[in-house]
Write a protein that binds this ligand. Structure first.
Ligand SMILES: *[C@@H]1O[C@H](CO)[C@@H](O)[C@H](O)[C@H]1NC(C)=O
Ligand SMILES: *[C@@H]1O[C@H](CO)[C@@H](O)[C@H](O)[C@H]1NC(C)=O
Length: 192
């Protein structure tokens, strides 16, 4: 019965445990994220949305990387501890599902954001995001200033028109007065 020896219980146990271990490594952590590339303007907020799932409470670490620097933003274990780097403390909002909110964006915030999820078994997984930060668009401001100039011109024209009308009115009134005085003079002169 050679095939009995081939599949003896020890082999089966070993095979099963290797399979389980591989499944554990491959499938322990999953990171779902709807969007990996985001574009925002200066002073806006951004929300890096992920949903981390695994066998246990994972450790979530966010790191910022650009051409010039690479720095840790923060590390947290939902319900256990939260450690946000001092530079980011006022602007970062950590979430239990691994997501991170970053507010009041600056131009220097443009770059790569990597979330690394680690379990106590040592298995880990990461996902990267790209953030583009645009400067405030000044075309809108230009349009606004042009409109302001146009409005100011219109206001000036209106004021000029009113001043002219007022002057004309005064002239008419004065002319009428003169006319009346002349009439009076004539009527006063007639009986004499
Ligand atoms: C993670 O949680 C936040 C807040 O509860 C939620 O807005 C966001 O959609 C979640 N992300 C995913 C990918 O489920
Ligand atoms: C928080 O993180 C910083 C840098 O990542 C580290 O130096 C510090 O020891 C951490 N603090 C705690 C309480 O874990």
């Amino acid at each position: 019965m050679w095939h009995f020896r081939l599949w003896d219980t020890q082999d089966v146990a070993l095979f099963l445990s290797i399979t389980l271990y591989m499944c554990h490594l491959a499938g322990a952590i999953s990171i779902q994220s709807p969007q990996r590339s985001l574009t925002r303007s200066v002073q806006e907020d951004v929300f890096f949305s992920v949903d981390v799932s695994g066998h246990e409470i994972p450790t979530i670490q966010w790191t910022f990387m650009s051409a010039a620097v690479s720095r840790s933003i923060g590390t947290w274990r939902p319900g256990v501890y939260t450690n946000i780097t001092v530079d980011y403390r006022d602007r970062v909002q950590p979430y239990d599902n691994g997501s991170m909110g970053l507010s009041d964006l600056r131009l220097q915030d443009a770059g790569y954001y990597v979330v690394t999820v680690t379990e106590t078994t040592g298995s880990s997984k990461d996902a990267g995001f790209v953030l583009k930060v645009n400067e405030v668009i000044y075309e809108d401001l230009q349009y606004l200033s042009v409109s302001a100039v146009v409005l100011a011109c219109l206001a000036g024209l209106l004021m000029l028109a009113m001043w002219l009308l007022d002057k004309a009115y005064r002239k008419i009134v004065a002319w009428r007065r003169v006319q009346k005085m002349r009439e009076n003079d004539e009527t006063e002169l007639q009986p004499l």
